[in-house]
Design a protein around this ligand. Structure first.
Ligand code: DGY
Length: 323
């Protein structure tokens, strides 16, 4: 029997590409150039499986017009807000993701951003590199103490919990959180955390607010101008979730006006575009979507995709089926 034809849309860790090449009739993207909408549409007409990443967009329009050969989208990433799930389902295309294996590394990046922005690490680094450091002095780049402060977490899934654990047990912080569904207080207490009833309650008491909810329609602009104004003026916003969870224009306005003290961002509304006004601000730390970017995690993500599509083509249920 011939092997399923699969397309990998970007470069993946070499060890994972090697396994894919053994098991499937695979087309790799050796140039690592992102495919445009027309190329992705063509892929849906040609390949049995397409393995996209979180930066490939699959709106409903991509599933329309012409026959679809693809039976499964094996997404390299836990987030799937770049795929119109309803449209995929309607066309009978299975979608899988890669949960679990990026929990720790994403929580680590959130902590990196929190520490960097509170302790002005980005500003200090830029100053040293520019040759502008004139020596130690009591008033130089004075930041905000982290230990013992209150952190508010929006979304208490795997990554939210891992972040809570770091904040509470690593930095002695009080942890409060908002989550759509109720979390057993015993479970929350394992992370030193307490659930509050509304996003607003969390915002009002927190020195740091960290977003860990999914992107997509239901959470679009969850942090809007009104909610940003509920944060303490000395508080910081951390976003390692999805860019569209924050109204970026409202955030820039809040940062420029000093309505909040700063922000640490790993994700943006129109990646890889980062607005000039955001880049001009000193009270933000900006990373290029690095949450899962470790050798261990990226290989584990790739192997999850391999497991998902192997199960699918063997006639078994893919372990991480979204739809
Ligand atoms: C994901 O997996 O959704 C991250 O944003 C990228 O690792």
């Amino acid at each position: 029997m011939s092997k399923p034809r699969i397309l990998v849309t970007r470069r993946w860790p070499a060890s994972v590409e090697a396994v894919l090449a053994e098991r499937f009739d695979v087309t790799l993207n050796t140039d690592d150039v992102a495919l445009d909408a027309a190329q992705l549409r063509e892929a849906l007409s040609t390949y049995d499986a397409v393995l996209p990443t979180v930066s490939d967009r699959f709106p409903a329009s991509l599933f329309e017009g012409g026959a679809i050969q693809t039976k499964i989208l094996g997404n390299f990433g836990v987030g799937f807000n770049h795929i119109d799930i309803a449209a995929a389902k309607e066309k009978g295309v299975v979608v899988t993701n890669t949960p679990g294996v990026l929990t720790d590394c994403t929580a680590d990046i959130a902590m990196l951003l929190l520490l960097s922005v509170a302790r002005r690490g980005g500003e200090g680094e830029r100053e040293v590199r520019a040759g502008g450091w004139t020596g130690w002095r009591p008033t130089h780049l004075v930041g905000t103490k982290v230990t013992g402060k209150t952190v508010g977490i929006i979304g208490f899934g795997r990554i939210g919990r891992a972040f809570a654990q770091r904040c509470h047990f690593g930095f002695g912080m009080d942890v409060v959180f908002y989550n759509r569904s109720a979390i057993d207080p015993m479970e929350a207490s394992r992370y030193g955390a307490m659930q509050l009833q509304t996003v607003e309650e969390v915002l009002e008491v927190s020195d740091f607010v960290s977003l860990h909810c999914p992107g997509g329609t239901e959470n679009k602009h969850l942090m809007n101008a009104e909610r940003l104004s509920r944060m303490k003026p000395e508080a910081f916003l951390i976003n390692t979730a999805r860019g569209d969870v924050v109204d970026e224009a409202a955030l820039i306005a809040a940062l420029e006006r000093g309505t909040i003290r700063g922000a640490g961002l790993d994700v943006y509304e129109a990646e890889p575009h980062v607005p000039e006004r955001l880049r001009a601000l000193d009270n933000v730390v900006l990373l290029p979507h690095l949450g899962s970017a470790t050798e261990e995690t990226r290989s584990a993500m790739g192997m999850k995709v391999v497991d998902n599509i192997t199960a699918f083509f063997d006639g078994r249920e893919p372990p991480d089926r979204v739809v």
